[in-house]
Ligand binder design. Structure first.
Ligand code: GAL
Length: 710
């Protein structure tokens, strides 16, 4: 009797206190918590991620950012419940690629790989289980399961900060969403590992998270040029003619993307050329390459019964099909050998420079169901969460074997995808939401392109084009519309100028991507990651009536239409129908990118630059290294003159990155950062650049300095 009582008591204690969490310090400023028995297949193992230890060490240590006893885990019903504390004013960012919301506090999300369906509910192209707090820490749940997240939306009766019960009949302060002091997460597995990332600033947290997954990808230089995707059923002759037209009209072009029609069959695919449209693929690829134009091929990974690899790969595929094509189990080495061997044979070896990996996200109605089984034994759910990662990982490996960089497109990624040279895109098409996705991509270690496809008006065409130029991948995806950059005659000059500006800015873009790779700093990022941003806005925008709801005040400040492009530029797009807009500047002086004029300091300004320009501002002391406008990215070893643009009056410093631009030799030390310094003097400016490093690639020609702010 006594024993039974004791046993019950112990069980209650265990239930109330939860499962013990085993903590280990895994990198400077990164801690791992282990609960129960974590599954061996997770996001980091699927991606094959290895942390960039030297870079994490350079970032230094941080103190553990949360009260450890307030982090609670429970094992209930074969699932793990996790709880992390929240204080009254902190805001949360992240939880995947979101299209309409930046602030996530108060929301309920089901992190589930899917094509974005028009509402931020956790179903998205990168459902990364990672969040960043405005208090300067981050949490990542390393699980390839569908997770349910209550991001500060649920209140417990034993909370030290439980909301009071109010009377709705009489109390105006009654709310349907009372205050919650925790993030709670359901992991449908009996154990999990999770990571806490220290700050102190939110940007430090993001850097640690990115570096923990190996650091950001470094695209080849040509990947930062302009890309055009042609109509699906185009022939080799039509593609060549389109390339001619780009050159004749003087529009930049580094890559042409071929859509499903390059294949003899698609949806499901054969991964073999259609010989009626491309009678001599080898020659086609060679002539394109000879003109300095790369080729990218669209694929989805579902194998058609008529494909030459079908019989060999069929035993290594899932129980269910997609469009009657078999679904390779890429966790099996033999399936990879057959599938990627075919890509190498018909694509990579004869000269294809990259892939567009489509349909690895969803929708449910055509993807394999959760009851599908895979020969490796991995549950369909885990395969769904990681399939895009597997495709990115193993296609990148093919290019690494050839020591040739790639830069492609993919519709599904996850934590661990940071290191892969792929950019997310989708079929949704709201311009404003595309910009919000660009912002939220910086909290999940992925890249996003606000691709331009078609437009009803020339105004919208130009406005969309302006934003894609200030994004990780400048592309028109005209697979259905056949639209060309010059299709809208009345704005074709403006489109051309923007495309040439993209090319001129290549030294800047390339250096910012080097920061992504070597330091984990996202090249395109949210304003809340910028120092001096939120602090000031809070006092100007907040309505004091909201004080009874402490986090509503933070929600009201959500800025989802302006972002940082690299460390020095603030981009505030205009959308069709707008002639002016408000821009919120962080603290410090900011200058107009085009004219160098001072525009403000820590305040809201109105931008009305006319149709030809997208509002872009430079921070004080900001340096933007540029090169002459050209139609193709510089080739490996080609020297280009650099024009250093300098803004404002603070002393400026910039690290100009250099390497061969095409191979993986940078992974073996074949790169350098050249230090540029500029100071304002009584008569103008004084600028220097450090000497090239002996034995390293040096593509920097004559350097000139331009004082933009007179
Ligand atoms: C879609 C993809 C589009 C285009 C199209 C071709 O799934 O998102 O960008 O490639 O397939 O059929």
């Amino acid at each position: 009797m006594r024993l039974r009582f004791l046993l019950a008591f112990v069980l209650i204690i265990n239930f109330v206190q939860g499962q013990s969490i085993v903590w280990t310090s895994v990198q400077p400023g990164v801690w791992k918590g282990t609960v129960g028995k974590p599954e061996t297949y997770n996001l980091l193992t699927a991606a094959g991620s290895a942390p960039n230890v030297p870079a994490l060490t350079r970032l230094g240590t941080a103190s553990f950012p949360l009260p450890k006893p307030a982090i609670v885990a429970q094992l209930v019903d074969g699932k793990t419940y996790l709880r992390f504390p929240l204080d009254r004013t902190e805001q949360l960012y992240g939880f995947g690629l979101n299209f309409q919301t930046v602030h996530q506090r108060g929301r309920i999300l089901n992190l589930h790989m899917d094509h974005f369906g028009g509402t931020d509910n956790g179903r998205t192209h990168a459902p990364t289980p990672f969040y960043v707090s405005s208090n300067g820490y981050g949490v990542f749940i390393n699980s390839a399961r569908y997770l349910t997240v209550y991001a500060g939306s649920a209140a417990r009766k034993d909370s030290p900060d439980a909301p009071a019960a109010l009377d709705r009949n009489t109390d105006k302060n009654w709310t349907a969403s009372p205050y919650s002091d925790a993030v709670e997460i359901v992991v449908p597995a009996a154990g999990v590992e999770f990571y806490v990332f220290g700050g102190p600033a939110p940007l430090d947290v993001v850097r640690r998270y990115n570096l923990f997954a190996g650091g950001g990808c470094l695209p080849p230089r040509w990947g930062l040029g302009f890309q055009q995707r042609v109509k699906s059923l185009n022939t080799a002759d039509q593609v060549r003619a389109e390339a001619d037209e780009f050159d004749q009209k003087g529009f930049p072009l580094d890559m042409i993307g071929l859509e499903p029609g390059w294949q003899s069959k698609s949806y499901p695919g054969t991964f073999e050329w259609d010989k009626t449209r491309y009678p001599d693929p080898g020659n086609f690829l060679k002539t394109m390459r000879g003109r300095g134009i790369r080729t990218n091929l669209w694929i989805n990974p579902y194998v058609a019964p008529t494909a030459s690899i079908y019989n060999a790969i069929r035993p290594l595929t899932a129980s269910h099909t997609v469009w009657s094509g078999v679904v390779p189990d890429f966790t099996l080495a033999e399936a990879r050998r057959i599938f990627f061997g075919q890509l190498a044979k018909d694509g990579i070896n004869p000269g294809v420079s990259g892939y567009k990996i489509d349909e690895v996200d969803g929708y449910d109605s055509w993807l394999w169901p959760d009851v599908a089984t895979f020969p490796s034994g991995h549950p369909a759910e885990q395969m769904r969460q990681t399939y895009g990662l597997l495709m990115q990982r193993y296609s990148t490996d093919e290019y690494r074997t050839k020591n040739t960089r790639t830069y492609g497109l993919v519709r599904a990624s996850n934590t661990g995808g940071t290191a892969f040279p792929y950019v997310l895109y989708n079929d949704y098409y709201k311009h404003e939401d595309f910009i919000t996705a660009l912002i939220t991509s910086s909290y999940c270690g992925v890249l996003w392109t606000p691709e331009v496809r078609a437009s009803p008006t020339s105004e919208e065409w130009l406005r969309r084009f302006q934003t894609v130029v200030f994004s990780p991948l400048a592309m028109i995806n005209a697979w259905a519309s056949g639209t060309k950059p010059w299709s809208f005659a009345d704005v074709s000059k403006q489109v051309q100028d923007m495309a040439l500006l993209r090319m001129q800015m290549m030294p800047y873009w390339y250096s910012e991507f080097a920061n992504y790779h070597f330091d984990g700093t996202p090249p395109f990022r949210a304003m809340s990651l910028e120092e001096g941003f939120l602090a000031d806005v809070r006092t100007t925008v907040v309505n004091s009536n909201l004080n009874d709801n402490p986090y509503a005040l933070a929600i009201r400040q959500e800025v989802k239409d302006q972002y940082m492009a690299g460390g020095n530029l603030l981009v505030a797009p205009l959308f069709a129908g707008q002639t002016s807009r408000l821009v919120t500047l962080p603290k410090g002086n900011w200058y107009d990118f085009y004219t160098g004029e001072l525009v403000g300091n820590g305040q809201q300004i109105t931008a009305a630059p006319g149709l030809d320009r997208i509002p872009v501002y430079v921070k004080d002391g900001g340096i933007v290294p540029m090169m002459p406008a050209r139609l193709r990215a510089p080739k490996a070893g080609e020297t280009v003159p650099i024009e250093v643009r300098y803004y404002g009056s603070k002393p400026g410093r910039y690290r100009l990155y250099d390497d061969d631009g095409e191979t993986f030799d940078y992974e073996r030390g074949q790169y350098s950062f050249r230090e540029i310094r500029v100071t304002k003097t009584a008569t103008g400016l004084s600028g220097t650049i450090s000497a090239p490093e002996p034995g390293k690639p040096n593509t920097v020609g004559a350097v000139t300095f331009v004082q933009m702010t007179k």
